[in-house]
Write a new protein. Structure first.
Length: 367
């Protein structure tokens, strides 16, 4: 038995955000139907593609353990517990739907931006996060990938699951209508900078590569065989870090026990740190740092990521099965141990599961 197997979910838009929100339901047993056009969901066109096919691996990652249908009459949506959609793609009159809805869009249903087109880069820019990253003399640096949409989908999942559970506990069948803004969901990434701006205390401009208030060292640095993420905050961590690299002179300088003093003297300190880092492997310092209670981290390549022992132990990656190919994708990031999630699974072709929906429609029409 799985935690959400009693739920039926329909995704009618197929964006990264709606698919990720629905994926989290599917991974815990909900029956999720993708209502697709002849061309399929937009996610089917996102690179990379599985070698020698036209199948999107990104679509596969977002849509394991779901079902694909081609036709569904609007009145049939009442057979679902939740309808997930993007109001910029599919316009729905929620007053005519006899079930709950979760709308996930770039800016939400209201406000002057509610019909604006968006992208992950646009959201990262609008929330101001990029202004804090990069060298002071150059342009801000944009992160890559689809983080903004994933965070939006996760936020919508948390909101809709909370409402569904609340209704269940209260034996309340009243539909709810959730409105999630990807823009607002990502504001959590700028929490410290926003608070500094609001209080007008310690507003810090971009300081450069590996220069972040309120401490130093904080960043990613080269070792003899790769890269090491370093975070040193407390005086005790600073002393342990210096001991690890045999930088006794720095450890014994009282001025450097204060993090902001180290940041101001970073140009003096950094050459000594970089020289010592070249004597060690990133793997060695990662484990020695953890033994000394310093949050150091080896930076793996994407290929190495699949072999990290912590991730292997927790099944952090699982197999998607698509178009005759198996490939690894990230698993659900949280666990219920008595009712574990599905790890990986099959990816349906367009319209493959129409009969499964027809059975639900027939069952509910006769009940």
């Amino acid at each position: 038995m799985q935690a959400l197997q009693h739920l039926t979910i329909v995704d009618i838009s197929g964006t990264i955000a709606t698919c990720y929100s629905a994926k989290l339901f599917a991974d815990y047993g909900a029956q999720v139907f993708n209502l697709e056009s002849e061309e399929g969901f937009p996610t089917r066109k996102i690179k990379p593609f599985i070698p020698d096919t036209k199948e999107s691996a990104m679509h596969g990652y977002l849509n394991t353990n779901k079902k694909s249908i081609r036709t569904l009459h609007p009145e049939e949506l009442k057979n679902a517990d939740l309808v997930i959609y993007d109001q910029n793609i599919d316009q729905i009159d929620e007053s005519t739907i006899e079930t709950s809805t979760s709308a996930v869009s770039w800016f939400g249903k209201t406000g002057p931006y509610n019909q604006f087109k968006g992208s992950d880069a646009m959201i990262q820019s609008l929330i101001g996060q990029v202004r804090t990253i990069g060298p002071p003399e150059g342009p801000p640096i944009l992160p890559t990938g689809y983080q903004a949409q994933i965070i939006g989908g996760l936020t919508a999942y948390v909101g809709s699951l909370g409402h569904l559970l609340g209704n269940s506990l209260k034996n309340n069948a009243e539909p709810f209508h959730l409105d999630t803004s990807i823009f607002e969901a990502n504001m959590c990434l700028t929490d410290a900078a926003l608070l500094h701006a609001e209080t007008q205390v310690d507003i810090t401009p971009r300081l450069g590569v590996n220069r972040f208030a309120p401490t130093y060292p904080l960043g990613v640095y080269p070792c003899k065989d790769g890269w090491l993420g370093i975070t040193v905050l407390s005086p005790a961590q600073w002393e342990s870090f210096c001991s690890l690299l045999e930088l006794d002179e720095l450890a014994q300088t009282p001025l450097f026990h204060i993090s902001m003093n180290r940041l101001e003297a970073a140009d003096l300190i950094e050459p000594m740190i970089l020289e010592k880092l070249q004597e060690h492997s990133a793997e060695e310092l990662f484990y020695k740092g953890q033994q000394a209670r310093i949050p150091l981290a080896r930076v793996p390549t994407m290929e190495e990521l699949f072999e990290v022992d912590q991730y292997v132990n927790r099944n952090a990656f699982s197999k998607a099965i698509q178009a005759g190919h198996n490939y690894q994708v990230p698993s659900t990031p949280f666990r219920l141990f008595k009712t574990p999630p599905n790890f990986g699974g099959p990816v349906s072709a367009i319209g493959q599961d129409q009969e499964d929906w027809n059975q639900i429609r027939s069952r509910d029409s006769t009940s």
